[in-house]
Design a protein around this ligand. Structure first.
Ligand code: SAM
Length: 421
């Protein structure tokens, strides 16, 4: 039966044929040529070529697979591999398999993990089918880079974080959007998160109440930007020139150079201090008291000051050279962003203080899947990733002047440099 909203000229017999034919056949020859050329560049050790090759390979899969295969990929494989991976994490499978490349049998691993060998065999077969492990023989497996990475909690915590405190919100989105007549969600107290998790609390209220959620979330945030260009890296934002040389009055050791507002466990300030060890001025980390209670000792050891602070209240560090917000404003709808920005503005010194906003700036075309996925995550809690014009409207309306948007890779992790008007 044709879909009730999908009336098209294609008749039912055609759809049945389409369902088992490649999705975008006309794109396949060009993609194959592209992959051939990019593969050569990758072998020449060009780092950008790896990303280009990956994008083309993904596009080739989407073009080559049939609609029926695509449906099964979405509905079967992605959801079930999630279950297999999280179970693997729970029973210590990836640690037991190890980080050397020696293959191990299901029988050996069943003993180490104390899991029924029949069940473990089924889990490992699926993990190998999904590329998480490498099958080297009957009931014998070798780790991959992926499985080795899952031996560390800061990476593996993404899975229980998502299943316990996000996924049910995503699953509730279609129902929530129907209930709200398909209007864009902007109310953080009435969201798919609330519906799916059957709760009256927001995600961040759960973070404040649940130590496990707080630890998993901060672990996840700690590695979130890994492997992407960072604003402080040479060639992205000219740190020395924009923050130090341009400062009048000149910044001294007593002044505050950078306040990371909502900085989680301090990973950005740690990276900044390591990359720019000789810059003058103090570094201050702020986050909710429940979060800063868990900040690792090395943050203070590297001289970063740690303060419990709620960014919906008056900013306590006044007149810093720069205030830094990384992945903060995307968590909140415009009206609450304006409150956060007003608190920062009141603390900024005209002609001296800067606001550095480190966020995705969604391009008009060719948005990257990581950014659009994150936009859906934000949608489930009542906020959004923003396009350049949405950022400019928000900041102009809040009385801030955008000096420049510094960008690297397709708008991912851009740095929006602002001053007081
Ligand atoms: C998406 S995370 C970003 C963390 C960090 N800036 C980064 O990029 O990795 C949002 C952060 O905002 C913090 N946060 C949420 N509500 C807050 C509030 N009212 N005041 C201060 N921090 C808050 C959370 O604890 C969390 O660390």
């Amino acid at each position: 039966m044709p879909h009730k909203h999908g009336a098209r000229n294609t008749d039912i017999a055609d759809v049945a044929q389409l369902a088992i034919s490649p999705n975008l056949p006309a794109h396949i020859p060009l993609l194959l040529d592209q992959i051939h050329a990019q593969g050569k560049e990758y072998l020449d050790v060009n780092p950008q070529a790896r990303l280009d090759l990956l994008e083309s390979a993904r596009s080739l899969v989407y073009a080559l697979e049939t609609p029926r295969e695509a449906i099964l990929r979405h509905c079967w494989s992605e959801t079930t591999s999630y279950a297999a991976i999280e179970t693997g994490i729970n029973v210590g499978l990836f640690t037991a398999l190890g980080t050397d490349d020696n293959p191990k049998t299901v029988a050996q691993l069943a003993k180490t993990t104390n899991v029924d060998p029949v069940l473990l065999g089924r889990i490992m077969k699926h993990l190998a089918a999904m590329g998480v492990l490498l099958e080297t023989g009957k009931d014998t497996y070798q780790p991959t880079g992926f499985s080795k990475t899952l031996t560390e909690e800061k990476y593996s915590d993404a899975f229980p974080l998502m299943t316990t405190r996000f996924t049910q919100g995503f699953l509730a989105l279609p129902t929530f959007l129907a209930q709200t007549n398909h209007t864009n969600p902007t109310n953080p107290t009435h969201t798919a998160f609330h519906l799916g998790h059957n709760t009256t609390h927001s995600f961040f209220e759960h973070v404040q109440r649940e130590p496990d959620t707080a630890r998993r979330f901060n672990n996840h945030m700690g590695v979130y930007a890994q492997g992407r260009p960072r604003w402080m890296d040479p060639g992205f934002y000219p740190v020395q020139q924009q923050l130090i040389e341009g400062a009048v009055p000149t910044i001294d050791a007593e002044g505050v150079l950078l306040v990371d507002v909502g900085g989680s466990f301090g990973h950005d300030l740690l990276a900044f201090r390591r990359m720019w060890p000789d810059l003058p001025g103090r570094l201050v980390l702020q986050d909710l008291p429940e979060v800063v209670a868990g900040v690792p000792a090395e943050v203070a050891e590297l001289g970063v000051e740690v303060l419990g602070y709620d960014f919906f209240t008056a900013q306590t560090v006044v007149g810093a050279r720069a205030y830094y917000l990384h992945s903060i404003l995307h968590d909140w709808p415009d009206d609450l962003c304006r409150t956060i920005l007003a608190n920062l503005k009141a603390a900024m010194t005209p002609g001296y203080s800067k606001l550095l906003i480190n966020e995705n700036v969604i391009p008009d075309t060719g948005a990257y899947w990581e950014t659009t996925s994150l936009d859906f995550i934000m949608m489930s809690i009542g906020s959004a990733e923003r396009t350049e014009s949405q950022w400019r409207a928000l900041l102009d309306g809040a009385g801030l002047r955008v000096v420049r948007i510094w960008a690297a890779q397709r708008g991912v992790e851009s740095l929006i440099e602002c001053e007081l008007v």
